[in-house]
Design a protein around this ligand. Structure first.
Ligand code: F6R
Length: 366
């Protein structure tokens, strides 16, 4: 049942070209300029006219929500708030009749996320569910939704659900932006084509496995890790750190790279591995400066860069090259090496990667 892989997590990491493809199947055809999502048909106009969107989720799904905030705001020009479901539900949140609330959940059973949408629904919000498990509680409470179709995710650490969530949310954002006219025709088509090419790029990124195993060997005994990224890669830094801590039990923190100098920089010394997601995008130059700041304090830099980058290899101790794609879609590609890094480190430390201590696949109690 693990398809020849040693763990479900590894199988699920390697399934991503297929799961992302499955998620787009029947919905996206870049050649024909077609993007249809059954779930948003009825509410498409409401989304187009939305004054704001609230996203509620927990854990990795919350990270997907953060990435979505960036592209929904960029493409649709609709303000987005991303909320931890547990915080949202208990602070008497301001929800107006007709507000749009997206709930993102792999299991569709997370207690806090479920309670958050029940609350929002009772105040007249329209609930849009992005779930993986068909027929799950969150999908049933939602007015509308789109399944991620990633297939069952067994490993406790979420991997293929995350990339499928981003795929669905990207399709929704593009569909709404196109309908609204907030994106140029050219960029819209460019992004459809790029989205369709993501599975092939993820496939290529998975070929980094051997290199990442070697890097893992170097850092498997580290006590701490820092993950840095900016813009679209900031939530990827958070996700990379979460993956590492939950399965390898190494303390790890993700930060927006520019926040480093507001505190975490004090932690950097020759013992501190710093994973920097530094792909070629609008924040690139700034991230390069952040790498230099880490180097100046003797931090050990592991950089995830775009293929062909000539500058960062001169600064970083390890360089992981991922295929180029649009910056808005990069998280689906740049997260791959981070999933692999956490997996290999955890295995090398003798951890039970599929069932890490203290964690449950579906958190049905608050
Ligand atoms: C991390 C992880 C958790 C879940 C979180 C939400 O790898 O698995 O952080 O992402 O418990 O779960 P869902 O998406 O099922 O609501």
């Amino acid at each position: 049942e693990k398809g020849g892989y040693e763990h479900f997590m590894l199988k699920e990491i390697f399934e991503q070209p297929k799961s992302i493809g499955d998620c787009m199947r029947g919905r996206l055809n870049a050649n024909e300029g077609r993007l249809v999502l059954g779930g948003i048909r009825e509410y498409a106009n409401k989304l187009v006219n939305a004054e704001r969107i609230i996203i509620v989720a927990c854990g990795t799904s919350w990270h997907a929500g953060l990435v979505a905030e960036y592209f929904i705001e960029e493409f649709c020009r609709i303000p987005v708030e991303v909320e931890y479901a547990s915080e949202f539900r208990y602070r008497n949140p301001i929800i107006n009749e007709g507000d749009i609330v997206f709930a993102i959940s792999q299991s569709g059973e997370t207690a806090d996320t479920l309670a958050a949408i029940e609350l929002a629904k009772s105040k007249g919000a329209i609930i849009f569910g992005v779930c993986n498990v068909v027929g799950s509680s969150i999908s049933r409470v939602s007015h509308e939704g789109a399944y991620t179709h990633a297939g069952p995710e067994i490993g406790v650490a979420s991997t293929k659900a995350f990339t499928a969530q981003l795929t669905v949310l990207n399709m929704i954002a593009l569909r709404v932006a196109h309908k609204k006219g907030s994106i140029t025709e050219r960029r819209y088509h460019e992004l459809l084509v790029e989205l369709e090419n993501v599975p092939a790029k993820v496939e290529k990124a998975l070929k980094l496995d051997t290199q990442i195993k070697e890097i893992s060997e170097t850092f498997k005994d580290a006590r701490n890790f820092l993950y840095l990224g900016r813009g679209y890669n900031f939530p990827v830094a958070l996700e990379g750190a979460l993956k590492l801590k939950e399965i390898s039990y190494i303390h790890a923190e993700g930060y927006p790279a520019a926040e480093m100098k507001h505190g975490p920089i004090a932690l950097i010394d020759e013992e501190m591995p710093v994973v920097v997601i530094a792909t070629r995008d609008s924040s690139y130059d700034k991230v390069v400066s952040n790498i230099q700041e880490v180097r100046a304090r003797k931090g050990r830099v592991i950089a995830v860069v775009t293929e062909g980058d000539a500058l960062i290899p001169q600064m970083a101790e390890f360089v992981i090259e991922v295929p180029k794609t649009d910056e808005a879609l990069m998280p689906m590609v740049s997260v791959i090496p981070l999933q692999l890094l956490s997996y290999h480190i955890a295995v090398m430390r003798g951890c039970n990667v599929d069932q890490p201590r203290n964690l449950a696949k579906s958190v049905t109690v608050e």
